[in-house]
Write a protein that binds this ligand. Structure first.
Ligand SMILES: Cc1cc2nc3c(=O)[nH]c(=O)nc-3n(C[C@H](O)[C@H](O)[C@H](O)COP(=O)(O)OP(=O)(O)OC[C@H]3O[C@@H](n4cnc5c(N)ncnc54)[C@H](O)[C@@H]3O)c2cc1C
Length: 511
């Protein structure tokens, strides 16, 4: 179908009726099953599949498929962290008949929004309430992209359906590249909290887990920053990969952690109109969404690739400490800002952090931390971030000025080619040149790079026993989501949270 024809029921219903050889009046209900943009050819097409009902109404109602029965008096399982992994673990525990006790260092999502506003306007970074920490976790004020490379479709559908019944738009159930948007996510997260609390689960905010007591290879209790002791039948740590204090605390307790591959680089921002021009071959019309892209190249034996591309979005400050700069991207549901940003990152290899081998499992994390601190030292002005015109960076040239960009705390001209680790600089430079051969016009003076994009995935893995799912050496410790090093992104972290809840429930049933 043409983008115009696909844009509303009024225009696509006649096409369905014609394909089925019936009249529009005979169709009682048509549900979109799949929708994707095909921009490969000169004329842009929208591919759509439908489930069509003739003379009957659809029977099933998704709300009835997910039941959260009361669990007030059921065995308690402690979930640390209310990001996608923690929240979906909590929901699954309720389904399995356990009472989740969720402990979150940050604030409830709407209070968290005020801290984010302060961060963007006044550079006041609240270490416990920011783009990474607080109810909903790191993905809350984001583009809310819900696609994942994971192939377990059944699990993914569950996550999308649960988000939908908690208020996300129906389109996430059929779009090939679903996303929710920063303006809609807080409402969805609030509804998930209400489901958890409504079933008798506990959500404690402004409470940070600072320590744990190990006895005979098991956690006896957790300790919070309020000096409370928290006990449960088992413990799920879903603390994300920005919670460095959790990794250090675990390492100090002798809990085995492993360094794992990750990637670092910069965020690049173009005018959205230019990306539309490239991706839609000059045929963007008002019925087409802001164009996205996905680029990947091998450079000197390393992957260089786009990460978390945000069409019509904004670059945001994602640090969790005042003396570091970390950027990421977000967008609203309409994806209607004039900018297109994406992380462009280089694979990090073990040889890159060999100088920090004494830190064992945290060696990669140390490299990541140093990169972020270095970015901060270039500017040393709150959360203002170093930036350079893309063409200047690739040519090892200082910028004389910067294009207007979306990063609200402000960007400052910086010779990023001079201070970046050599392996990141050289591979990014080559990568950008290669991207331009695939997307002509990508390498342009109108694009800006902003540093640094360092938290793409976790540099640490907390190893799991493949059978039980628990830590290899601590039987009642389960780790879920991105911080565990087994997922990346909202959906795969949510799936991992659900899986760990199931493992934990099996453990609790047998313990
Ligand atoms: C700005 C931004 C945009 C993003 N955009 C997207 C996107 O569009 N699509 C996508 O798939 N992914 C996106 N991501 C990545 C995505 O958010 C993460 O992959 C995902 O949130 C990981 O989920 P998680 O539950 O494992 O961890 P997190 O979301 O990091 O959640 C961990 C939670 O644990 C809490 N916590 C940490 N330590 C403690 C402690 N000691 N005690 C108590 N609580 C603690 C934290 O406050 C946090 O709420 C984005 C990330 C950012 C920062």
């Amino acid at each position: 179908m043409s983008p115009a024809q696909a844009s509303s029921g009024e225009t696509y219903m006649p096409a369905i009726a014609q394909a089925l050889g019936v009249s529009v009046q005979e169709i009682t209900f048509a549900r979109i099953i799949r929708k994707s943009v095909d921009a490969r050819g000169r004329s842009i097409k929208i591919n759509m599949s439908f489930q069509v009902y003739l003379d009957e109404e659809p029977a099933s109602n998704l709300e009835n498929e997910y039941q959260y029965q009361p669990v007030e008096n059921k065995p308690e399982i402690v979930v640390v962290g209310a990001g996608p992994a923690g929240l979906f673990a909590a929901l699954r525990l309720i389904e399995l008949g356990y009472k989740p006790v969720v402990i979150e260092r940050g604030k409830p999502v709407h209070e968290r929004k005020s801290d984010i506003d302060l961060l963007e306007s006044n550079h006041i970074l609240n270490r416990e309430s920011n783009y990474c920490f607080g109810e909903g976790g790191a993905g809350t004020f984001s583009d809310g992209k819900l696609y994942t490379r994971s192939k377990k479709r059944g699990d993914i559908s569950r996550i999308l359906e649960i988000l939908y019944i908690h208020g996300a738009d129906e389109s996430i159930l059929y779009e090939a590249h679903p996303h929710i948007g920063s303006d809609k996510l807080p409402g969805v997260i609030t509804n998930i909290r209400k489901t958890i609390q409504g079933a008798g689960g506990v959500m404690s905010f402004n409470t940070r887990v600072t320590d744990l007591k190990l006895v005979d290879g098991r956690i006896d209790y957790l300790v919070t920053d309020k000096n409370e002791k928290i006990r449960g039948n088992a413990y799920i740590f879903a603390t994300g990969h920005s919670a460095r204090d959790v990794y250090f605390m675990m390492q100090s307790k002798g809990i085995l952690l492993e360094a794992k591959p990750f990637a670092m680089g910069v965020r690049v921002e173009h005018p959205q109109g230019l990306i539309d021009q490239i991706q839609y071959h000059g045929h963007k019309d008002r019925h087409l969404p802001a164009a996205a892209y996905n680029v990947v190249e091998q450079v000197n034996g390393r992957g260089v690739y786009s990460f978390c591309m945000c069409p019509g979005g904004q670059i945001v400050p994602s640090a969790t400490n005042e003396s570091e700069i970390v950027v990421n991207g977000m967008s609203l549901s309409e994806r209607n800002s004039p900018f297109a940003n994406s992380g462009i990152v280089v694979q990090v290899m073990p040889e890159d952090y060999r100088n920090y081998q004494n830190l064992e499992g945290l060696a990669g994390l140390r490299l990541q931390e140093l990169f972020e601190e270095k970015a901060y030292r270039q500017v040393q002005n709150g959360q203002r971030a170093p930036a350079q015109r893309l063409t200047d960076f690739v040519s090892n040239r200082n910028s004389q000025n910067l294009p207007v960009n979306s990063y609200l705390p402000g960007t400052v001209m910086s010779p990023m080619h001079e201070w970046m680790p050599d392996f990141i600089k050289r591979n990014l430079q080559e990568g950008f040149k290669k991207f331009d051969t695939k997307m002509r016009g990508f390498l342009t003076r109108d694009a800006v790079i902003v540093g640094v994009e360092s938290r793409t995935s976790s540099p640490v893995r907390i190893p799991r026993d493949p059978e039980s799912g628990s830590h290899t050496r601590i039987s009642n410790l389960f780790t879920a989501g991105e911080g565990a090093g087994y997922s990346g992104g909202i959906v795969s972290s949510a799936v991992d949270g659900e899986n760990m809840a199931a493992s934990c429930a099996r453990f609790a049933a047998g313990s």
